[in-house]
Design a protein around this ligand. Structure first.
Ligand code: GLP
Length: 241
């Protein structure tokens, strides 16, 4: 794994946007695996600004998102579909029919996951998969477990994840308990992985991911086995290394 050390979130966002931009420039019809959460937000702002200036063209890009809550309609503000539309897709010249996210409004999670897996097989592995990291080391919504799930699957969210994500909801009870997430196999099939970590809250997970044993108890540790995984982390996120 390659580590890019940066001072702060702003620098992290600029570097991440530069790497994503390079991918689109080299391969205008690339497949980008995207993530939600606060970690990629700054990079999305940078990309939107470049696109607005006409310096970046998303017209041929396809995107596949990591995950979605189960039971939230795409129009619900807290859904990851709304997050992506608001923070990136509505600000760039992407064709919406090439932006894929699991169908959160399908209450039948198994079916939503099967359908999403078929989409991933059709569009092919991501050229670049962007990731954040959960405080417990989750990637996508692959929570600590006894094994690494390979394909898109239903997940019961861990207590720490519900606690961490309740900030996006009015009340903790509103946070969905289930999600549909790409599996570790899907994530590992990307040609390149770019994980962003910022803040002290991530320090323990980052230290274990980079230098601990590879175990499904720390899902992000699997990235040690990826041939092209790059981590951009700021000083706070690296404070326990
Ligand atoms: C969520 C998402 C992850 C994300 C993680 C970290 O649970 N499912 O894809 O990486 O939280 O979020 P943040 O970047 O807000 O810390």
């Amino acid at each position: 794994m390659e580590l890019i050390r940066v001072k702060n979130y702003q620098e992290l966002s600029k570097k991440a946007a530069a790497i994503i931009t390079a991918h689109i420039t080299l391969k205008p019809n690339c497949v980008l695996g995207l993530a939600t959460g606060s970690s990629p937000l700054g990079a999305y702002e940078e990309l939107a600004a470049m696109c607005a200036k006409g310096e970046l063209d998303f017209s041929q890009v396809t995107t596949v998102n990591l995950d979605e809550y189960v039971g939230l309609d795409g129009s619900s503000q807290q859904s990851y579909r709304s997050f992506m539309n608001k923070n990136l897709f509505n600000k760039i010249n992407i064709s919406m029919d090439r932006t894929f996210i699991p169908d959160g409004k399908n209450e039948d999670c198994e079916e939503a996951c099967r359908e999403y897996e078929a989409i991933l097989e059709r569009v092919g592995p991501a050229d670049l998969q962007l990731l954040g990291i959960g405080v417990n080391g989750h990637i996508g919504f692959n929570e600590p477990a006894d094994y690494f799930p390979l394909k898109t699957h239903c997940v019961r969210l861990a207590h720490e994840t519900i606690q961490a994500n309740k900030r996006f909801f009015q009340k903790e009870e509103e946070v969905p308990k289930m999600a549909c997430s790409m599996g570790i196999g899907n994530i590992m099939s990307a040609r390149m992985i770019l994980l962003l970590a910022s803040g002290r809250g991530k320090a323990q997970a980052v230290a274990q991911m980079l230098s601990g044993p590879v175990t499904p108890r720390m899902p992000a540790s699997i990235l040690q086995f990826h041939p092209r995984a790059v981590v951009i982390a700021d000083e706070d996120a690296l404070s326990l290394l």
